[in-house]
Design a protein around this ligand. Structure first.
Ligand code: IPE
Ligand code: IPE
Ligand code: MG
Length: 235
């Protein structure tokens, strides 16, 4: 390992990989404070996420799962929803960057063909392409929750359990989650001073430490990530 690398990773390479999950909240308030439209807050939030992915890759974080858009968020004004959809296309289009970070892109949410699922086809395409074009990477797994709701995920799992011969236990339910390979969350982050969990990974956050911060998501940076990591790492 080079000196430069050991400095930037602050000893994290010797630590086991962890799973950090973020409820990226406060984009609207970030914009309002600056006299900008809410859409500007979402744009800044997407850029903050790209920076957090780079920081996470340097810190030997195994899994970064982020709440991009919930099953409840569709009721927002149409122009805002359209803007957020465009930002997800941009996010899933950051393939060169993901490859440079040796990061794999994944997605969780209502399966595209399920009644009620609302992911538009152009976002579906961006998701499929991002997953295919980064699947060879062996480092950080970045999972974006889009059209995601934990209750919908659990209802689907419960229904799937009915059709299996396996005993209905925690292990079987684990296997029916949208991304069965995703390990339990080690640290759940929520930004913008809100101390709610909302509808995010309700099954997977069992035992997780929780990091609440007053910072709005566009201001969440590598120092904040380090503070969250301190809940599970000693250096
Ligand atoms: C989070 O920021 C982004 C999404 C939910 C898509 P918000 O848009 O909820 O920002 P606030 O909570 O209104 O400040
Ligand atoms: C949570 O933010 C969802 C996402 C970050 C995508 P919201 O701003 O929608 O959450 P609630 O409804 O206020 O809890
Ligand atoms: Mg909010």
């Amino acid at each position: 390992m080079t000196d430069a690398l050991s400095t930037t990773t602050k000893g994290h390479t010797s630590q086991p990989p962890v799973h950090i999950a973020c409820i990226m909240d406060g984009n609207g308030r970030w914009a309002k404070r600056r006299g900008l439209p809410r859409t500007a807050g979402h744009t800044a939030g997407e850029e903050a996420l790209a920076a957090v992915v780079r920081a996470a890759a340097q810190r030997n974080i195994g899994w970064l799962t982020v709440f991009g858009f919930s099953t409840e968020n569709w009721v927002r004004p149409r122009a805002e929803v359209r803007h957020i959809l465009g930002l997800h296309r941009k996010l899933f289009g950051r393939i060169d960057e993901m490859n440079q970070n040796n990061a794999r892109i994944n997605w969780i949410g209502r399966p595209f063909d399920e009644p009620g699922a609302r992911t538009p086809v152009y976002v579906q395409r961006a998701i499929r392409k991002a997953m295919a074009d980064t699947e060879h990477n062996t480092g950080l797994v970045v999972t974006v929750a889009f059209d995601y709701g934990s209750r919908a995920e659990l209802v689907r799992a419960a229904r799937a359990c009915k059709d299996t011969d396996s005993p209905i236990d925690a292990e079987t339910i684990d296997h029916k989650m949208y991304a069965p390979d995703l390990p339990p969350v080690d640290v759940l982050v929520r930004t913008s001073g809100e101390t709610r969990i909302s509808n995010f990974l309700l099954w997977q956050i069992n035992g997780a430490a929780v990091y609440f911060t007053e910072k709005t998501w566009p201001d969440f940076d590598s120092d904040e990530l380090d503070r969250a990591l301190k809940l599970v790492r000693s250096n």
